[in-house]
Design a protein around this ligand. Structure first.
Ligand code: ZN
Length: 210
C-alpha cells in the first residue's frame, strides 16, 4: 500500500519544497533538459546495463553512489566517470539521517568524500534532520528530486514507475531512480521508455554540472 507520504514525495508539493528552501528540487535551465539520477550503486549486473542504455541515447546522468559499493565495484565506478557522468555523495553506508546522531551522519558523509570528492549530496531515504541540513548545506548542493519513480517500492509496478517518473515532465526536472538489484527491472523499463519517448520530443538528458 502507498501511504499519503509516499504519494506526496512522488511529486513533492510546493509546500514540502518551501519547508526546505536550502534543498534543490529542480535544476534551473533555459534548455530542454532533463536530469536523470540514480541512487545506491554501483552494482554489477545493473549499473553496467544502465550505462550501455544511456550511451545508446547519448544521455548523461548523475549517480548518487554509496561509498561501500564504490569500494566493492571500483572498475564499474571508474566506468561511470569515464563515460562522462557526474557522481554525487549518498553517504558511505547509506545512513538514515533520522535514525543517526548528527556526528555519525556527518562522518558517514565524510567517509564517502575520502573515496571521491563531489559537491553534490543526496540523503538516503530523503531523510535528514534540520541540524544535518544546516551542517551540510554550505559545502554541498543537496539534491532532492521533482519526479520519484518509486522503483524500489514492492507494490509499484514497472508501468507505474514509468508513469510516476514521466508524468508532467518539464525542462529542469530531476528524476529519481535506483541502480539497485531490487529496482533494476522496473528502473530499466521506465528509463528506456523515457529515454526513447522524450528524446523524440527533443529533450536532452544531462548530468548535473561537474
Ligand atoms: Zn539510497
Amino acid at each position: 500500500m502507498l501511504t499519503y507520504l509516499d504519494k506526496m514525495i512522488t511529486h513533492p508539493a510546493s509546500i514540502l519544497r518551501s519547508l526546505y528552501p536550502s534543498l534543490k528540487w529542480k535544476v534551473k535551465t533555459d534548455q530542454k533538459q532533463l536530469f536523470l539520477t540514480f541512487d545506491d550503486g554501483p552494482v554489477i549486473g545493473v549499473t553496467d546495463k544502465l550505462l550501455d542504455k544511456l550511451k545508446e541515447y547519448n544521455a548523461k546522468a548523475t549517480f548518487f553512489c554509496v561509498g561501500k559499493n564504490i569500494e566493492k565495484n571500483p572498475e564499474l565506478f571508474d566506468r561511470i566517470l569515464e563515460e562522462g557522468h557526474t557522481i554525487g555523495n549518498h553517504t558511505y553506508k547509506h545512513t538514515n539521517g533520522w535514525k543517526s546522531t548528527n556526528m555519525s551522519y556527518l562522518k558517514d558523509v565524510q567517509d564517502f568524500q575520502n573515496l571521491y570528492q563531489t559537491r553534490y549530496f543526496r540523503p538516503p531515504y530523503g531523510k535528514m534532520k534540520p541540524a544535518q541540513i544546516a551542517a551540510l548545506k554550505g559545502r554541498y548542493k543537496i539534491m532532492m528530486w521533482s519526479a520519484l519513480s518509486m522503483d524500489y517500492h514492492p507494490s509499484v509496478s514497472a508501468e507505474k514507475c514509468y508513469e510516476n517518473a514521466n508524468s508532467k515532465l518539464k525542462a529542469g526536472d530531476i528524476l529519481l531512480f535506483h541502480d539497485s538489484e531490487k529496482a533494476a527491472a522496473k528502473m530499466m523499463y521506465a528509463v528506456e521508455r523515457i529515454l526513447k519517448e522524450r528524446s523524440e520530443e527533443g529533450f536532452q538528458f544531462a548530468s548535473l554540472p561537474q
